[in-house]
Write a new protein. Sequence first.
Length: 197
Amino acid sequence: MATQFPLAGIDATRSQAHRLFFALYPDADAAAQIERVARHLHGTHRLRGNPLAAERFHVTLHFLGDYLDVPRNVVAAANEAAATVVMPPFEISFDHASSFRRPRNMPFVLGGGKDAATLMAFHRTLGMALQKVGLGRYLEAHYTPHVTLLYDDRCVAEEPVETIAWTAREFVLVDSLIGQGRHVPLTRWPLRGLGWC
């Protein structure tokens, strides 16, 4: 059963920008490990961008747009789609770090390890569900699973890191308050197999 959080209070702050997306969050141990790796790499490469707060580390599944207010119709459709997704908990791992190239403010990220196939399958399954409820316009043709550690103008080549792994047990519809560095969970769904009730 999904856990839904009320939207009251979010709509009232009209000056905020809201970015909606589906995400997988690491458990506390994995988040702490990611934080240690981020701080180590930040120092090793003398990067200026600060590592993200541990509670913001996540794997984005699908981006659903930026808005001035939380769009109830998009949230409702996203909830409808997510409720149809059936998949048991699965392992996620990341074993290297690198920059995503762009002109400036490049994401410095953890890249996927050996367990990427199940994550990719989950991404596709959720994508098909979003298409069925009319949210297909947000789907991107290419998906690279990653965890953003920080943003910086320096480009860092790919390098191995100690493997960071956790079991994904739920996925979350998130409202990211742009410019505030804050994620607000709107709804959570447990991952469960076909026999779950």
